[in-house]
Design a protein around this ligand. Sequence first.
Ligand code: MG
Length: 388
Amino acid sequence: MKITDIKTTLLSFPIPKEKRWRTDLGVATKADNCLIHVETDTGISGLGVGYGNPEVVKSIVETQLKPSLLGEDPLYVEGLWEKMYSGSRGIPSLNKGVSQPIFSRRGDTLCAIAGVDIALWDILGKSLEKPIYHILGASRNKVRAYASGGWAPGGEAGKEMASYVAKGFAAVKMRAEGIDGFSFSKLQTRVESARNEIGPDVELMIDAHGSFDVSTAKRVARILENFNVAWFEEPVSYDDHIGQSEVRAATTVPISSGESESTRFEVLDLLKNRAIDIIQPDVAMSGGITESRRIAAIAAVHGVRYAPHVWGSGVTFAASTHLAMHAPNCFIFEVSQSNSPLNWELFKEPFEIKDGYVYAVDRPGLGFTLREGLEEKYPFQQGPSYIY
Ligand SMILES: [Mg+2]
């Protein structure tokens, strides 16, 4: 089998002005996807998605990755990952058994590699007529899910979280900074409201998107300890692994992060610094299915559990499902409460989410078929997806 072409599709979902709101990430104006399509001489094609800046990812795929992959056998997924990561030194790196990565080896480059890698796994699964998680090695066929949202201000936070529980979720996540902004007392009010409304037995998690300094994060963690919080996510900047380990050492609340990390090498630094209890790589950002699998495995060696970051694209959801069914140390799966159609309307087939669980899909490859007419329905719009 040979790769004959690699194409990209850019999509945007603009958020209507009246539905935009401010959080610590800024005001979200739109959601974007850079879909990646790998075509072969057998008629089998694969689908992936790269997070990051969609126009930059598209350019990296088309100008850097595609020329090196045309004519290659797509079934050699590990070797092709190494070729993408090491560029012109891909062949010597495999011959010597030592990675010799290209200079721009993080960020949007890894998002582009991730998208191609997901598409290669889709082709591998389709050609073997097996779902990806069975090729990886299956651990389970369903995984507990959590509802991820929680932006409501003040005492409304409780009602918002209870609405997720009413959908069948027994675990829910809210943002540390709601649309009413952050102060210690606002946080206390929102978390107390959530705990009161959902009761003592539903798991409650808090996400700070790396927006606090170490001392603020320690004070936040002290508040969270009063409400039986299951994890405190990205308490400090993802550049500050040592600071995060200080926060972790100062609290009994489990610390999670990883959605902003590229590659197992960055995750290894988190692990060596004893900075996490739960690792959360994003398959479309950390380097694809190949790299997420490695990350889950090295995390397990350190006694760290795996909870994939799942956001922004139905392709991310589909790929992450296979990783969750595979990795023994996966214990929970993120289900976005954002209503972006790029999460929920890309495919002809529905996702199986019921009674608080996400179920495996037993169709070959990723197991999903894109709907027709996506580019007409969700035409790409230039510009930032968040503004201050
Ligand atoms: Mg997060």
